[in-house]
Design a protein around this ligand. Structure first.
Ligand code: ACM
Length: 550
């Protein structure tokens, strides 16, 4: 960052000549809070004739910025290649520095005469654009306070997960989520594509995965977990739609990490292709599941199953350029493997002592199928049970102890604990929420905004140790058993995702709950103005209305 600072200051020697810390109107209210923000005298007042000058490597980003500025200002806002000698009265210069520094750093200088975003990589320029757009004056004739921002992320993995297995959501809704992730400098979209209740990814070689596996006979209504609405439900994403989503995300510097959950959470696939399951057990009758919870159906450790996984990965790896492929591994009950003579014969053949070791054997084989394609295996923390393939990355959702043990054993770790990152938990007191109607039902729990904000992803046992470097970052989880509509999803996501973004990006010394609340008000207003439904953490709790009176 020293390098960046000296470059920009050399280019604009006047900018910091009279730094002022006096309080002035219109502070820069940014989420996530940047590493350093230094106000200066003066203001940048956007005028007609404003142009975006860009390095060819950030042409798309420049067009994106110019388009937003056209919306804000009503001016034409042309874009111009860096090297062209056309000068405009006002310029925003997007510069990619020839530097070996961390490409996710950036510096943003808003000088009274011009704006300059400089970064050693395109990702940094993109982050600088996001900061600028958050503070851009929206009132006509308004100006932007002069300021120098020097910024970089705390964690490389800043994620948001979405379960489309329990409920399917439209492509355009997913694109809008990606837009808001980008605003918050989140860079990983973990797409949970397969579940007991629905397989949502078109696989050309196995059409029944979607023609059969994407549809279930019914769904529990809100407020009646054992009930059935009796309506066939389903949907899936075609490969063309997936490619569009992956491309849209990549343009916004977001990697889409697909999850194909195995060997459990596979009932829909097994319903489509029953030979993939433990078909030598009594009462074998795989169906796409119609109720939530952990289900007994697991993949059988047959060679045919591994060949099927290999084929599925062939298409998955073609669709998703992500280094990581998430293989789930969570909540796989071992009952069917205990019952299956075939599964037991594999245990004997491989000298395995128990079904946990069989799962480790299974995932070890799966890991090799990814390795041969140059990909890395990622899974929920259960993948450690029975022994874990070296090089696998662990996504911790249960206790901190799993993170400590995995990191100390040399595995990379992503923190996704239920305690701070499960956004399917109630955001307000469940009693108050439920008086508003059954549609406010959540899976359970209570995770208010302040608790998300207080999340510290590095377990205290690792602080100061080498192993702390193993914590790649963190992510929020959007599980959707109790999310039938996109507006409910938004209500659960926002503004908890804002808090998670600050946890993932901002240095802990710069985190401040009071400041965050102040910065959250304009962000909430922005979300709401764009039609996003948010929970309002500033609203007075509504008085409980007895059922039947509203
Ligand atoms: C999980 O919540 N089963 C990862």
């Amino acid at each position: 960052m020293e390098l960046l600072g000296s470059l920009l200051l050399a280019a604009f020697p006047l900018a910091l000549q009279t730094p002022s810390n006096e309080s002035q109107p219109a502070p820069w209210l940014v989420i996530p809070q940047p590493k350093s923000l230094a106000y200066m005298d003066g203001e940048f007042c956007p005028q007609e004739g404003l142009a975006v000058r860009f390095d060819a490597r950030v042409q798309w980003e420049a067009e994106f910025l110019a388009e937003r500025l056209r919306e804000f200002t009503g001016f034409p806002v042309p874009t111009v290649r860096e090297e062209l000698r056309i000068l405009y009265p006002q310029e925003i210069h997007l510069e990619v520095l020839d530097s070996e520094s961390n490409p996710t750093q950036y510096q943003l200088l808003a000088h009274p005469e011009r704006i300059h975003v400089a970064a050693p990589g395109t990702a940094g320029v993109w982050s600088g654009i996001q900061t600028l757009l958050q503070v851009w004056p929206t009132e006509p004739q308004a100006c932007l306070r002069a300021c120098l921002v020097t910024d970089e992320p705390r964690f490389a993995w800043r994620g948001l997960h979405l379960d489309v297995g329990r409920h399917w959501f439209a492509k355009d809704d997913i694109l809008s989520l990606l837009d808001w992730m980008a605003v918050h400098k989140l860079n990983v979209f973990h797409w949970h594509l397969t579940e007991d209740q629905g397989w949502r990814l078109e696989i050309k070689k196995y059409p029944k995965l979607t023609s059969v596996g994407a549809y279930r006979a019914s769904t529990p209504p809100y407020g009646d977990r054992r009930g059935s609405d009796g309506e066939r439900y389903g949907g899936f994403y075609t490969q063309a739609e997936v490619r569009e989503i992956v491309r849209y995300a990549a343009q916004r510097h977001i990697t889409v990490v697909p999850e194909i959950d195995m060997p459990g959470h596979m009932a829909a696939a097994i319903a489509a292709y029953p030979e993939l399951g433990n078909d030598d057990i009594p009462d074998y009758d795989p169906q796409v599941q119609t109720h939530w919870g952990v289900k007994p159906y697991t993949l059988s450790p047959k060679e045919e199953t591994f060949a099927w996984i290999d084929d599925v990965f062939e298409e998955v790896c073609d669709l998703f350029p992500s280094t990581y492929v998430h293989v789930g591994g969570d909540e796989a009950p071992k009952g069917q493997w205990k019952q299956s003579a075939f599964a037991q014969s594999v245990m004997q053949r491989e000298h395995l002592h128990n079904e946990d070791e069989l799962q480790a054997y299974f995932l070890g084989r799966v890991s090799k199928l990814l390795e041969k394609r140059g990909r890395k295996m990622l899974g929920w923390d259960e993948i450690r049970e029975g022994g874990l393939a070296p090089g696998a990355t662990v996504m911790v959702w249960r206790g901190w102890n799993h993170a400590v043990a995995a990191a100390q054993a040399g595995h990379d770790v992503i923190m996704a604990p239920t305690s701070h990152t499960y956004f399917d938990y109630y955001q307000a007191d469940p009693k108050t929420e439920l008086t508003r109607g059954d549609e406010y039902e959540c899976i359970g729990g209570f995770l208010p905004l302040e608790k998300v904000y207080a999340f510290e992803p590095i377990p205290k046992e690792l602080l100061g140790s080498e192993a702390a470097q193993r914590i790649l970052g963190c992510q929020g989880q959007l599980w959707t058993e109790y999310v039938k509509t996109w507006d409910k999803l938004e209500y659960l996501a926002w503004p908890r995702v804002c808090a998670l973004a600050e946890v993932a990006w901002t240095q802990p010394t710069k985190r401040d709950w009071n400041s965050f609340q102040q910065r959250l008000r304009p962000m909430l207003a922005r979300l709401q103005a764009a039609g996003v439904r948010t929970f309002d953490p500033f609203a007075e709790p509504e008085p409980a209305v007895p059922a039947g009176q509203d």
